[in-house]
Design a protein around this ligand. Structure first.
Ligand SMILES: CC(C)(COP(=O)(O)OP(=O)(O)OC[C@H]1O[C@@H](n2cnc3c(N)ncnc32)[C@H](O)[C@@H]1OP(=O)(O)O)[C@@H](O)C(=O)NCCC(=O)NCCS
Length: 187
């Protein structure tokens, strides 16, 4: 992945599952919050990604304000359209966990399963390494096979499953915890 001086990366995936395309990756700005919210809410609607209900842009603005160099938010664009985003967020307010961050990643519905998640993940882990973070954790529904495949191929391993962990739509659902240490190369 080639990066220019401003930290913008341009990525090509020729010969992928679909026609070749280029993605531009950059840090998110506050003006991206509406599209970040829109893509997050697609994951909520599809019932595959999160226990959360749909967020408002105002809620997401408050979330965005808690992010920075050690809690990056990135977006990836194709032909000027944001097609996915990813973030590292504070995992705990206890200082012993300062260098442990929780990953979120959401790809626009019609762009899923085309390699966008892979591209976001590589850039985010690189930023985590540059910020000298120690570990990234995440929580995923055991039924989210595409997400789990993405995480495994990017070095995450299963920690375990919280049984009956969150209540959604009238039932208790399991949640799988995964983790990976990030070294100085982001891999
Ligand atoms: C999960 C998500 C981020 C993955 O991003 P993506 O761009 O779709 O993923 P990629 O195309 O980079 O990789 C997906 C991998 O899953 C594999 N996959 C797809 N469907 C699968 C299935 N049913 N079972 C197993 N593997 C599957 C693909 O083959 C691919 O692996 P490969 O590159 O080795 O072939 C994206 O699909 C998404 O936003 N989903 C909705 C929101 C969500 O679930 N977020 C994560 C919450 S924990």
């Amino acid at each position: 992945m080639a990066k220019n001086a401003s930290g913008t990366a341009t990525v090509s995936r020729p010969g992928g599952r679909d026609a070749a395309y280029a993605l531009t990756i950059r840090s998110a700005t506050v003006t991206d919050v509406p599209v970040i919210t829109e893509i997050f809410n697609q994951g909520v609607e599809d019932k595959i990604a999160t226990f959360d209900a749909a967020h408002t842009v105002t809620q997401r603005q408050a979330w965005f304000a808690t992010h920075g160099t050690t809690e990056p938010v990135i977006v990836t664009e194709s032909s000027g359209q944001v097609v996915g985003w990813a973030s590292l967020s504070q995992f705990s307010q206890r200082s012993c966990f300062d260098l442990v961050k929780e990953l979120s990643i959401y790809v626009r519905r019609e762009w899923r399963n085309k390699g966008v998640g892979d591209v976001l993940m590589a850039d985010l882990l690189q930023r985590g390494a540059e910020a000298r973070l120690h570990k990234v954790i995440l929580f995923v529904f055991p039924s989210n096979l595409r997400g789990i495949a993405l995480y495994k191929k990017n070095g995450f391993t299963k920690v375990g499953i919280f049984r009956n962990h969150g209540f959604r739509d009238g039932e208790w659902l399991d949640s799988m915890a995964m983790e990976r240490i990030i070294d100085s190369n982001g891999r």
